[in-house]
Design a protein around this ligand. Structure first.
Ligand code: AN7
Length: 392
């Protein structure tokens, strides 16, 4: 039998800056014309029905027709996604739901994109995958590449990764390289090793890889699958800004296909000490205002130069949303609040979505009766040190 098609027919890559469009290619990460980021353009005519989809398990692969992957490609999966959407009963009569991504196989939303990305890597026949990470991407890449029988190389900022995440990367047998500096330097290193050198033996799975984000857009599909409509507001903690871009893409595609009648406002939340997108947004700047030495208790989003900044700016602008900064104190209060009042244990970065929701209510950006979905990106056990140091 001939090799199955990796991508569906008519899937394209499109530059988010100049609009240049090219054929689908797993190894092109920047626009050949202007160097900006690419996004996956789905075919206009797909066959999707909720009834057919709902015969499959709730999760990433339920929505196969809405993903660019070829019909006969076998996924590398651990039943990621299908996470609970929990009503926050105690939040001041608000109409807020929390999508608890901590229940994914490795404890964060990264598993959605990693299942998708490692499926591509396996099909390409590479030796392994490589990622820079603040922790969760490393944990997820390590587990999914182990499942696929691939090597995994992770580049981490030394001494700055929460223990649970480092432990997972080691447990699953990843080769760990630690570098001086923050995530942004680790990412530059991976880009040089995996992309600029052009060896094509290690598949890079950071979020400049537009294919990985296709797995993450299923967060939007699941929300609509469960509540039947688009919420009014979706609130997302933002680091490298891949997730907010992916979720918005998911909603937009459902709108294009007539699966929803309206779109939510996207609210991106950053920590005050690592808020390049809030600064760029407030200054209405057409260039990223980077943060040189990002600092926050929420180590997952301690990122000063988000690679997907332009995608995220567009998502927030097009959706009539906003970027909000919250302090470490507010993040820790929200984390403790969820744990004590709702029984939900999340890591600090994830609690930024509740802290952002509170701020948005206070500032009149969101009203209490609006249906708001808060993305809680990772599990509390990821970062036990913060819990023991701050709450005991
Ligand atoms: C719990 O693992 O960047 O805005 O290298 O782990 O898509 O980057 C993690 C990011 C939010 C931000 N919440 O998502 C990594 C990494 C948690 C996270 C984010 C991350 P993006």
């Amino acid at each position: 039998m001939s090799n199955p098609r990796l991508f569906k027919e008519e899937v394209k890559l499109r530059c988010i800056h100049c609009g240049y469009t090219m054929d689908a290619d797993p190894w092109t990460f920047t626009c050949p014309r202007c160097g900006s980021l690419l996004e996956v353009e789905m075919p206009t005519n797909i066959k999707f029905s909720w009834d057919v989809a709902r015969k499959r398990r709730f999760g990433v692969w339920r929505y196969r027709e809405l993903l660019p992957i070829g019909d006969n490609i076998e996924p590398v999966t651990m039943h990621e996604g299908g996470t609970p959407l929990l009503r926050l009963r105690s939040v001041e009569n608000g109409n807020a739901y929390l999508k608890f991504e901590g229940t994914n196989p490795t404890g964060s939303f990264k598993d959605r994109g990693m299942s998708f990305g490692v499926t591509i890597a396996k099909h390409l026949g590479v030796r392994g995958v490589i990622v820079a990470s603040t922790g969760n991407t490393a944990a997820s890449a390590a587990a999914y590449s182990a499942r696929a029988g691939l090597e995994c190389i992770v580049v981490l900022p030394k001494g700055k990764v929460a223990k649970g995440k480092l432990a997972q990367a080691l447990l699953h047998g990843a080769h760990v390289t630690e570098i001086e500096g923050v995530f942004d330097q680790a990412l530059e290193r991976v880009f040089v090793e995996a992309v600029l050198r052009g060896h094509k033996d290690l598949y890079p799975l950071n979020s400049y890889n537009p294919w990985r984000l296709e797995g993450q857009k299923t967060l939007a599909f699941e929300i609509v699958d469960e509540i039947g409509v688009s919420p009014d507001v979706v609130i997302v903690p933002v680091g490298n800004a891949g997730n907010i871009s992916a979720i918005w893409k998911g909603f937009k595609e459902m709108y294009t296909y007539g699966l929803v009648k309206r779109l939510p406002r996207m609210i991106g939340v950053q920590a005050e000490g690592a808020a390049p997108l809030v600064k760029t947004w407030q200054a209405k700047s057409s260039e990223l205002i980077a943060v040189e030495n990002p600092s926050t208790v929420a180590s997952a989003i301690r990122i000063g130069k988000p690679v997907n900044w332009l995608k995220a700016m567009k998502a927030v602008e097009d959706s009539k949303g906003v970027f909000i900064a919250v302090s470490d104190k507010e993040i820790l209060e929200a984390m403790r609040y969820l744990a004590i009042n709702e029984g939900i244990g999340v890591e600090p970065a994830s609690a930024a979505s509740l802290a952002g929701y509170w701020k948005a209510l206070e500032e009149g950006i969101v009203s209490r009766d609006e249906l708001s979905v808060l993305i809680a990106t990772g599990h509390a056990l990821k970062d036990p040190d913060t819990i023991i140091n701050r709450f005991s």
